[in-house]
Design a protein around this ligand. Structure first.
Ligand code: B12
Length: 440
């Protein structure tokens, strides 16, 4: 039987060692899906490096490696190790897709973008000895379809208490820093609702009571979302997802979301400065509206999780310090921040490169924890310092308590806020060691 190993590498830590964890909370969907798309005459093995060792001495001939952000440097190192051993290596995933020519230097073929339409063709060409350097075909007909993911290949690993599901890909917005916009260019494709329900039922049958709808923006199509959550409600599961903050205006939809088991929504708020958002092509979001929108979502019984960046065009030391008050005033339980980073392939990267504003040339070091471009009001060094100070200021015991314990919802669900407090304490420990808090 032919054999393929599919690998999700672990990004390097500061000492260039792959990060290791005892448990992987957020398992991605790409590899279980790729396994399901692989013809039955292949034996498939999935490796999550964060939990297990890479089987360099495998008897498989074909190796598929995923790539994400700065984690791509580890993907490349693994690819080169396998090439040394005479294996055929395929790179896929976001980073390989948006820097395909660069990725090709380290492997035999790059699969650009979605695998659904080209993976079988790639495997056929490989079997016939006619493997091409690049494979690409974009899902752009409004709808896409997938087989049920092969969760049977991952459920024996040490995962959290939820599995991933996907309903839609892409996002109607085109924020200049975003890799999703770079790949999907403002388009949004979705799966038939029956297929999404089929995938959730599979998760339920495996004994899980929670799932992560890992779409980029579940508010991209309101009609579709309304139909989907009616179906989800009938399944009696709990779930989390992410979307456009303007969902906070939709009272009826928020009621339906909560009733369907949605417990947490995550929002890329990015900045409290309107001018910074405008420079990111994100003028559709208005920071003046953020507090009311957040409050409304929370009042509907859904937790708000936030992702923000510092280093926007109009950011100043004062605005970064004020971000602390914004997070505390809005009772954000577990806030996360990055330094706005020009990811190669994005419009933001092209703009910074064209304007001569990149201060680092090694794109593989662009990990969002160190400023790599100049902004008008601060030096890159000042920005990096302000970033870590912001994190430190929000992860004091006082701030953790203010955001999690001294709030009226604590009395309703103390267990949940104690859990969030524990996550905060873990983040606090990471921040002290200058490790970016992550949700792995
Ligand atoms: C869940 C998730 C995670 C999880 C799980 C990761 C994992 N083990 O898969 C966690 C939390 C661990 C994570 C971590 C990170 N992530 Co992440 N993650 C996601 C998220 C939300 C969903 C991924 C997913 O499962 N999608 C569903 C699947 C079906 O789609 P897909 O991954 O695109 O896969 C399809 C194709 O790309 C292709 N494909 C994918 N891999 C491969 C491999 C091969 C061999 C082939 C042939 C094809 C192929 O086939 C699939 C089917 O079509 C995406 C957002 C998104 N839109 O996808 C971000 C995203 C992929 N992550 C991103 C980033 C930046 C990171 C981090 C670097 C964050 C950080 N600062 O630490 C780390 C890096 C981790 C690493 N291992 O290197 C960026 C990538 C940007 C970029 N330019 O690469 C994204 C796009 C988020 C964003 N909007 O910026 N992530």
């Amino acid at each position: 039987m032919k054999k393929i190993v599919l690998i999700q590498p672990s990004p390097y830590d500061k000492n260039r060692k792959p990060l290791k964890k005892k448990k992987l909370y957020f398992a991605g969907l790409a590899l279980p899906l790729l396994a399901a798309l692989t013809p039955k005459d292949y034996e498939v093995e999935i490796i999550f490096e964060i939990l297990e060792e890479i089987p360099f001495e495998t008897d498989a001939d074909l190796i598929g490696i995923s790539t994400m952000g700065h984690g791509v440097i580890r993907s490349i190192d693994i690819a080169l190790e396998y090439k040394k051993r005479g294996k055929t290596v395929i790179l896929g995933g976001y980073m390989a897709s948006i820097m395909a020519d660069e990725a090709k230097k380290y492997c035999d073929a790059v699969l650009i973008g979605d695998a659904e339409l080209v993976w079988e063709e790639l495997l056929r060409d490989y079997a016939n000895g006619t493997l091409q350097p690049f494979y690409q075909d974009r899902l752009e007909k409004g709808w896409f379809s997938t087989p049920p993911p092969r969760f049977d290949l991952i459920t024996d690993k040490c995962l959290g208490d939820f599995l991933p599901v996907q309903a839609g890909r892409g996002c109607p917005h085109s924020c200049s820093f975003c890799s999703v916009a770079c790949l999907y260019e403002g388009s949004y494709v979705k799966k038939p609702i029956e297929e999404v329900v089929r995938d959730i039922k599979q998760i339920k049958e495996l004994g899980y009571r929670k799932f992560l709808l890992l779409d980029d923006n579940i508010f991209a199509d309101k009609v579709y979302l309304s139909k989907l959550i009616e179906e989800i409600k009938a399944l009696g599961m709990q779930w989390m997802s992410q979307c456009d903050i303007r969902i906070g205006k939709e009272d009826e939809l928020l009621d339906m979301l909560r009733d369907s088991g949605c417990t947490t929504l995550s929002f890329g708020l990015e900045s409290i400065k309107k001018e910074s958002l405008m420079a990111m092509n994100k003028a559709w979001a208005n920071p003046d509206d953020y507090p009311a929108l957040i409050r409304n979502i929370q009042q509907h019984g859904i937790d708000v999780s936030t992702e923000m960046v510092v280093g926007g065009e109009a950011d100043t030391l004062e605005s970064i310090i004020a971000t602390k008050d914004f997070i505390e005033d809005n009772k954000i339980s577990v806030p996360r921040f990055y330094i706005l980073t020009p990811i190669p392939g994005t419009r933001f990267f092209k703009d910074m490169e064209a304007q001569g504003r990149l201060v680092k040339s090694d794109i593989y070091s662009f990990d969002g924890t160190e400023a790599v471009h100049t902004i008008p009001n601060m030096t890159p060094e000042e920005l990096t310092i302000a970033y870590w100070k912001l994190y430190e200021s929000l992860f004091t015991i006082k701030s953790i308590a203010k955001r999690n314990i001294f709030r009226k919802e604590f009395l309703i669900n103390p267990g949940k806020y104690l859990f969030y407090s524990a996550v905060n304490l873990y983040y606090r420990h990471q921040i002290k060691r200058r490790v970016v808090p992550n949700i792995f």
